[in-house]
Design a protein around this ligand. Sequence first.
Ligand SMILES: [Zn+2]
Length: 311
Amino acid sequence: MLKLDFSKYTEEFKEEFFDYIINKRELRQNLIDLREENRGNNSLVNLIDTLLEESTLSELIIGDYNSLIRLRWTLRKFKSILYEFREDFERIFVKEGYDKLKNTIKPKKIVSLLSIKTCPYCNINFIYGDRKRNYGVELDHIMPKNRYPIFAVSLANLIPSCGTCNKSKSDRKIQGFKSLFKINSFEDFKFTFIPDIELKTLTEIKLEEIEKNIKSIDFIKEVKANSELFSLKERYQKHKDIVAEIIQKQRLINYHKEKMDSNVLGISFPSSEEEYRLIYCNYYPISEEEFLKRPLSKLTFDIYKELNNPY
Ligand SMILES: [Zn+2]
């Protein structure tokens, strides 16, 4: 749903991440050992030699998402050998690599560098950590680790997400799924709501009545595969109260504007970014990044926009 910016990973962090995987998790040494144990198997030796080239290793661990896609393409000729030695690759990349990594402070460092506080797949749950612990941060593999074990510790393949999203995606790979590094937060998903009664009437009734008269929350635009994977439409139906509040707040703003009472909240109308934040309890998205700071911020903004500039 919301865009993640890979360029936020600093060179220092990438070096530290690379060093952790290669040296602490002994990935290079484990690959060398596997090659030595199977000296007679030319295909395996070729594959490991390819992986151990310094540029490939660096692309594999800390390259961006496009590099990973290129690398997957390059490695397709080794498909059968990757399958034959699947257990060894799982041991090296998943058990010795990812399973140990996920219990370190790295996941929370990832969310902090990406400057996010909510799950980018759903924008419903908070995810963060402090110096010692992760609170609700899980790492999802865009390319599932049971199908692509060698991408299990690739930084660009790890998406910080909430438990609900991570579990619903699990190892599924769905046609049309769009990586969050490629998504446009403004354009790819757009919320709307379907009222049961006329919109004008809806703006004139009490808050609880508004909520009851919202038939559903829907998408005007969506990446179908992503929203189905995380059951976004179903999950958002639980938040009709937020939409009702936005409608009600909008009515109050319009009322005060009409009365020329520009001193409500001690600030002036029409809306500035600060007003938006105070009134709707979300950051005004001057950039895509702002959406990642609060849950339901995309829903709030789209409904606010719709009420002010109906499509
Ligand atoms: Zn989520």
